[in-house]
Ligand binder design. Structure first.
Ligand code: NAD
Ligand code: GLY
Length: 364
């Protein structure tokens, strides 16, 4: 059975289609949207080796002409240089205004393909086929696209919504365990910020840290409820005028930890997990959240195999300084997303630096 979730937007609404084996339906779903015949499939060599042929077969069977291009794998290739390569391939293959770029990959491929599609001929169609848990529940939805600047992550970008997001949970079987856990951090985030029922269902599961130990029904719940949460938020606030900022729960301190560890030692999901632990405790210290709820959150993070402590040797003043460089800083004030009850958060820029220091000191 396919779960369909709608992202309702003033300009162009779209569907997130979730079903095991749905990769085979990609071509037909795109044909139903009456997209032009030319497709540029963008992936990386690892992902293409697993799913490239199946994707191309599905597209060609539905009448599309497909060119494909693999960018090298890794965050360090999320650059304007890679976008230039995509423009070259788009030109070689004469991509037109009606053509479509299909992103087959995790958030790195999704963000870059989205950005290339946003800017080629001032904007062509993009379809997102996420292959990591993180991309399925977060980055493939909502239209944030872009690349990194040498001085900072995601500093160059555009909003460009996909025409379709197709989620096939079968592809998670080849995803490395650490990447699966990184995605779980974002899923736990949705439980804390938006969906207490999702949180409770994950709490009730014996296992959460490896795909093969999690019941398929729970995987389905995780995907559908997380995608629904993201769709709800984006539908209410497409360009992050207000509400959408709640999706950055755990990301304020998380981004600082990620950048101070050189984006290598700690991956994005792990950094978000650490950031959620910190934000939860800050909320408790400010009298906004119950101690027992922060303990429930931290227990779930641990059950998902994610860290709850700061990496050794990370300097607290370094973290405090790094917070000032965050994209979320407004008029020099650091913005935090803090929980007030399970499934509900508030946005504040009134967190005293001493509280942040005290909380971080207790996280070694
Ligand atoms: P990723 O794209 O780097 O993928 C992680 C690794 O998994 C890669 O090595 C990839 O080759 C491999 N991989 C992917 N799918 C696989 C599969 N099915 N089988 C085997 N291997 C597979 O990492 P990610 O966590 O998906 O994305 C992180 C990126 O997403 C960051 O650049 C971040 O900035 C971005 N992001 C964007 C948004 C947004 O709203 N646009 C939101 C969150 C994160
Ligand atoms: N991942 C945060 C956002 O999409 O707004």
């Amino acid at each position: 059975m396919t779960s369909i979730i709608n992202v309702n937007l003033p300009q162009q609404s779209y569907e997130i289609a979730i079903a095991p084996g749905s990769l085979e339906q990609l071509g037909q779903r795109m044909a139903d949207l009456k997209l032009g015949k030319k497709v540029l499939l963008v992936s990386n060599p690892t992902i293409f080796k697993h799913y490239g042929e199946k994707t191309i077969n599905s597209l060609e069977s539905a009448g599309f002409t497909v060119a494909s291009y693999c960018l090298p794998a890794g965050e360090r290739y999320k650059t304007l240089n890679s976008i230039q390569k995509l423009y070259d391939v788009a030109l070689e293959n004469r991509l037109e205004r009606s053509s479509t770029m299909v992103a087959l990959g995790g958030g790195v491929i999704g963000d870059m393909t989205g950005f290339a599609a946003a800017t080629w001929l001032r904007g062509i169609n993009v379809v997102q086929v996420p292959t990591t848990l993180l991309a399925m529940v977060d980055s493939a939805i909502g239209g944030k696209t872009g690349v990194n600047h040498p001085q900072g992550k995601n500093l160059i970008g555009a909003f460009h919504q996909p025409r379709l997001v197709l989620v096939d949970p079968e592809v998670l079987k080849t995803l490395p365990m650490r990447e699966f856990r990184a995605g779980m951090a974002e899923v736990i985030k949705y439980g804390v910020i938006w969906d207490a029922e999702l949180f409770a269902q994950m709490e009730a599961s014996k296992h959460l840290n490896q795909l093969r130990y999690i019941k398929p029904e729970l995987i389905n719940t995780i995907l559908t409820r997380s995608c629904q949460a993201k769709a709800d938020v984006v539908s209410k606030d497409e360009k992050e005028g207000g509400l959408r900022a709640i999706l950055n729960y755990g990301h304020t301190i998380g981004h600082a930890v990620e950048s101070l560890t050189g984006y290598r030692l700690v991956n994005h999901g792990e950094a978000v997990a650490i950031g959620m632990v910190a934000a939860g405790q800050i909320a408790v210290e400010l009298g906004m959240w119950q101690q027992q709820d922060t303990e429930r959150q931290n227990a779930l993070i641990q059950k998902a195999g994610l860290p709850t402590k700061l990496p050794e040797g990370l300097d607290i003043e370094g973290i405090i300084d790094a917070l000032q460089l965050d994209k979320k800083v407004k008029n020099g004030k650091v913005r935090f997303i803090l929980p007030t009850q399970m499934g509900v958060v508030t946005i504040t820029d009134e967190v005293p630096a001493d509280i942040i220091r005290q909380v971080l000191q207790n996280m070694y």
